[in-house]
Design a protein around this ligand. Sequence first.
Ligand code: NAP
Length: 237
Amino acid sequence: MHNAVIIGGSRGIGREITRSLQEEGWRTVVCARHEAADSESLKKDGCGFFRCDAGDSNQVRELYRYTKGILPSVDALIINAGMAWEGLIQDMPEEVFDELYRNNLKSAFLCAKQFLPDMISQKSGSVVFVSSMWGVIGASCEAAYSAFKAGIIGFAKSLAKELGPSGIRVNVLCPGFVKTEMTRHLGESVAEQMIDETPLGRICTVHDCADAVLFLCSQRASFITGQVLNVSGGMVI
Ligand code: NAP
């Protein structure tokens, strides 16, 4: 039996990662800032759901305590929480920049800091950060989001070097455009534009993301660390 914590797993990509892990027999603890629409089902069969803002160190400590009461160990930590904002840089309020930093990058630091010591003691574990293709190639009108997603990549590569000797693997998933709550407001025209620009001729799905995360967490990826896996249908090559 393997155990995973999914930061930001109440909907979208994180929810599908959780569903897929459970289907493969993993026990999961999921967190999000708000109660999930199906939080009861997330709590079934020895699994857990905990309301937590991953950008707040006190709440992350509470999440850790809750997790200790549910899971005997944490074999995989999936750091998926994030938020986006589109607009010209000159129109971006400073508070929005700070909020993006908190949700996309500080949350990753706080969760890694809280959960890694146990993995170091057990000398095993897999950490997967969910970044974005925009963190690799940059996105017009998403400069701050792209910066924090790029920050995740640097953070993960450094941790891979720091934690490899402790038997911990650290990798990054960079999805292409996925239809979720986060992108709903962008509408069909943006989705169509993404399809036009993607060599494989479709947009990314939550299933594509979950399959890649499952692989990175599995024994099949046991010699893979510090890598950025672009799941973008060839948009990033
Ligand atoms: P989503 O549908 O908005 O889901 C985001 C999840 O993260 C929700 O469960 C949300 O729940 C949680 N979350 C956000 N901030 C949090 C915080 N501070 N603490 C705890 N949980 C938090 O977004 P998504 O499209 O599935 O995106 C998931 C990840 O993939 C994000 O990191 C995003 O940047 C990245 N990504 C998305 C796309 C895309 O096209 N959709 C592409 C590339 C990368 P609450 O709001 O209740 O906290």
